[in-house]
Design a protein around this ligand. Structure first.
Ligand code: PLP
Length: 344
């Protein structure tokens, strides 16, 4: 096996969904956009549906169609981008529920698919998707008369509980939706952790399901084991890799492993990331290449066939911190040539 081995622990995924569900009194959906944060929306979706999730969210109608094929009829599949031009056939055929973002989308939806379900997305200050208060007050009575399945908004700063934006957006959401019968949803993973004021009728966790911050108690879901292609002794003063970026200061043993930035292991991880030889931490050295990473295994007690980059000892958040990014980006960049295995 010459490509890295990505193991996706569906048992841990389900445990994370169950833990997040237990933190609220309300329904817990599952966000599986971007192919289930890179881990495979069909497998992730089926595992969560089996565990009891009845509502899923995707970013685009095309993602919804793939998920519908995996899940079959029954679960609700909501689409954050709403009803865009060209989406009508997919929305109808895959029985998707667009989260309508504007008056234009609303008109498109009711003209193309009269009576078909839809939700509404409101902008409470993030200025990314959804209707602003003025647009909403113009459309509100007409939209509500058609029984939207959900009214939702999204928090910009929920990963920082102390941020005043949270309460500000909560206030706007309440003001815009007070007295409405339709179910409401404001919280993603971060919002769940902000407490019951933020829970409304449904939560929409994504990253927490996949083992990422800000859900600190999440069980790690991914393990990435990378095969060693070759090891070599490097004398004091010799360099390793492009740009001679690393120079040995002691007689060293260096392993070259089979994954690189073409697999989503962005070059920025080179500064400070480690891999693991069993339980022993071994530093990534030199520059990350397209298909290879070099590792100083001098302190590893014995040769191993693989080194681990992600797992119990180093989570996606640890690796993300080395690269100055977030766990979401590490997950959704996971390479297509990894050999993938799902465990229960
Ligand atoms: C991505 C997304 C979520 C899930 O967010 P996490 O931080 O991954 O839990 C929920 N709602 C919306 C609108 C999103 O775009």
């Amino acid at each position: 096996m010459s490509t890295a081995h990505l193991t996706i622990d569906l048992g841990a995924l389900v445990a994370n969904w169950t833990s997040l569900d237990a933190m609220t009194e309300v329904d817990t959906a599952a966000v599986v956009k971007a192919n289930g944060y890179g881990l495979g929306a069909p497998s992730v979706g089926r595992a969560l549906a089996k565990a009891g999730a009845r509502t899923f969210f995707v970013a685009a109608a095309e993602e919804g169609a793939i998920l519908r094929t995996a899940l079959g009829p029954g679960p609700t599949i909501n689409v954050f981008s709403g009803h865009m031009a060209g989406d009508t056939d997919v929305i109808r055929d895959a029985d998707l529920t667009p989260m309508i973002n504007s008056v234009d989308q609303m008109l498109r939806h009711v003209e193309a698919l009269p009576g078909a379900p839809f939700g509404l997305q409101l902008d409470t200050g993030m200025n990314r998707l959804g209707m602003e208060p003025s647009e909403w007050s113009a459309l509100r009575d007409i939209a509500l008369a058609q029984n939207p399945t959900l009214i939702m908004s999204h928090l910009a700063c929920a990963d920082d509980p102390a941020h005043p934006m949270n309460a500000q957006q909560l206030g706007s959401f309440v003001e815009m939706t007070d007295g409405i019968d339709a179910p409401r949803s404001l919280a993603a993973t971060g919002g769940i952790l902000l407490g019951s004021d933020y829970h409304f009728d449904m939560t929409r966790p994504g990253i927490g399901l996949y083992g990422g911050a800000p859900f600190a108690d999440a069980a790690p879901v991914v393990t990435l084991d990378v095969p060693v292609i070759q090891t070599r002794e490097v004398a004091i003063g010799e360099s390793v890799g492009y740009g001679n970026a690393w120079v040995a200061t002691r007689p060293s043993l260096v392993a070259t492993v089979a994954a690189g930035y073409a697999d989503g292991l962005i070059r920025a991880i080179g500064d400070g990331a480690s891999m693991y030889a069993g339980q022993v931490e071994v530093p990534v050295i030199g520059r990350v290449s397209m298909d290879m990473i070099t590792v100083d295994i001098t302190d590893a007690p014995h040769a191993s066939e693989t080194l681990q980059l992600l797992g119990q000892l180093q989570t996606v958040d640890h690796l993300a911190a080395c690269a100055g990014t977030i766990g979401y980006e590490i997950l959704t960049s996971m390479g297509h040539r990894y050999h993938r295995t799902y465990t229960e």
